[in-house]
Design a protein around this ligand. Structure first.
Ligand code: SAH
Ligand code: F3S
Length: 491
């Protein structure tokens, strides 16, 4: 205890030399007693960011708790991608009202995309909120919390040109000790017209590959078996010494010739960590290169699955969305992927009811799905987001009932295709990394195969983190069922 305290006294706010520091021993002492409850919403990047936040705050004596009633600080790491995501947070805040009444020391903070989008409005509209922090400002949390503890409201929503949190070792939350997310890029430069992400997460920048390798190494030492490299658009990863991707053209000749792209990063990870399974998400069709596919094919430990959102099967709509590829180019890309990795599974994101989407456009999306037969997908009704180009220039003119019906149609078709894909595994042997007890039965393990399909099988004497060969005997559209036939060679 005294050792920890000493460290904190010496450097109470490890990450923020430039800010006003708190140097009272008592205050540090108080911080040591504090409990943090952190809840994440939305994409994997948010869950990964919460682990950075927990790490930053652990240096300041905050310990995470899963019991919200015990917390002195509640942080909600929020999502703004659709209106519904924001409504969920507002409802959650209403629930916290009674907690705040019963614990006058309780402080509540909003992190993530909603913080960035709404800024000080959040504090004005939601009286219960003390703290608003955007995705690039988490290192400032200790200072902001200090302010909040003094009874003030605090906000930092500055977006950064170079912040990638590469110097922070994430504090894993709710971890099974087997799978971990590692962010490799932040922000997005693509400006799809429906999407709020470029506004809430800022411009795209890549993280130092050495810090990525080091993070995987640390995880491997701790016994982790699988990592997922995360970015809004992993294929546009480019390390040339830091800074915004858009400034690459201004980089020096040396920086340009030594720059590391995504395929090289993937290879570096695969070579350095042959025992670690590697996944990545999300791929953007416009930036996906055959180099990436060749690297996937070359290394056994890179999983044969690509999440390749298409959003729509209509060229007219793709253009209006500012997606930089046509339906034909997308189909051709998948054809080329399958030529190199025949069993590569492909999943999708699709939006229905984008402004101007006619019945014919919708049918083109269904036709595209029929051509690809995705393994699975995430499907959404278009939700107009303030500030996006679509909101400013296009009328949200597909009525709610039509959006709902179109969504039902694509979900139904996807289920059919998912079943088609899971059936392909019947009587096959697949390698599964055991992740957790199956939700359906305590007696069964659940894990995923290389292609990212969930596999459930009787536990026998196997353990979480084991690589096991499973003979598939049955399936639903979402799950493969089978029996273990032994440890795999990777175990
Ligand atoms: N970076 C990823 C996607 C990020 S957002 C990519 O390259 O595609 C995740 C998904 O949410 C998107 O793929 C899209 O299908 C959906 N989405 C984004 N904005 C939306 C909106 N305004 N309404 C409905 N769905 C949306
Ligand atoms: Fe959004 Fe398009 Fe980027 S969906 S996250 S703007 S690739």
């Amino acid at each position: 205890m005294s050792g920890v305290l000493k460290k904190i006294e010496k450097n109470p706010y490890q990450y923020n030399g430039e800010f006003t520091l708190l140097n009272s021993k008592n205050a540090s002492n108080n911080l040591l007693e504090k409990k943090l409850y952190i809840e994440s919403y939305g994409c994997a990047m948010n869950f990964s960011d919460s682990e950075i936040v927990a790490s930053v705050l652990s240096k300041n004596g905050y310990r995470t708790t899963n019991i919200v009633e015990d917390a002195e600080l509640i942080l909600l790491n929020t999502c703004s991608i659709r209106e519904k995501a924001e409504q969920t947070i507002r409802k959650k805040l209403e629930k916290f009202n009674s907690l705040k009444k019963s614990n006058k020391h309780l402080k509540i903070g909003i992190l993530g995309c909603m913080a960035e989008r709404l800024k000080s409005k959040l504090i004005e509209e939601e009286k219960i909120v003390d703290l608003v922090v955007g995705p690039d400002a988490y290192k400032d949390l200790p200072n902001l919390i200090y302010k909040v503890e003094k009874g003030q409201k605090a906000i930092n929503v500055l977006l950064s040109k170079d912040e990638t949190y590469s110097d922070i070792s994430p504090h894993r939350l709710n971890s099974n000790g087997v799978n971990a997310f590692i962010s490799i890029t932040r922000g997005c430069d693509n400006m799809c017209t429906f999407c709020v992400v470029p506004f809430t997460r800022g411009r795209e920048r890549s993280r130092d590959p050495q810090s990525i390798i080091k993070e995987i190494k640390d995880l491997e030492i701790k016994g982790y078996k699988e990592v997922t490299l995360l970015g809004q658009n992993v294929d546009s990863y480019l390390w040339f010494g830091g800074g915004l991707k858009k400034d690459f053209s201004k980089a020096s000749e040396i920086q340009k010739t030594t720059a590391l792209n995504f395929s090289k990063l993937l290879e570096l990870c695969a070579i350095n960590h042959p025992k670690i399974r590697i996944r990545f998400s999300t791929s953007n069709p416009q930036d996906m290169s055959m180099d990436v596919i060749n690297i996937m094919a070359k290394y056994d430990n890179i999983c044969n699955h690509i999440h390749l959102p298409v959003q729509s099967g209509s060229n007219k709509i793709l253009k209006a969305m500012n997606r930089q590829h046509s339906k034909e180019e997308y189909i051709d890309l998948i054809k080329r992927i399958k030529q190199i990795i025949p069993n590569c599974s492909i999943s999708q994101d699709i939006i229905v009811g984008f402004p101007g989407e006619s019945e014919e456009d919708h049918k083109e999306t269904l036709d595209l799905m029929e051509t690809i037969k995705y393994s699975f997908g995430y499907m959404f009704k278009y939700s107009e987001r303030p500030g996006t180009l679509a909101q400013r220039k296009l009328a949200d003119d597909v009525d709610e009932a039509t959006k709902k019906r179109r969504l039902e149609e694509i979900i139904e078709l996807q289920q059919k295709h998912s079943l088609h894909r899971t059936k392909e595994f019947l009587n096959q042997e697949v390698e599964v990394l055991i992740e957790k007890t199956s939700k359906k039965s305590q007696l069964y393990w659940s894990g995923r195969n290389d292609e990212n399909t969930v596999v459930v099988f009787p536990k026998e004497n196997y353990n979480i983190g084991d690589f096991v060969n499973i003979k598939i005997t049955d399936c639903t559209s979402a799950t493969l069922l089978g029996n273990a036939i032994g440890y795999s060679k990777n175990n």
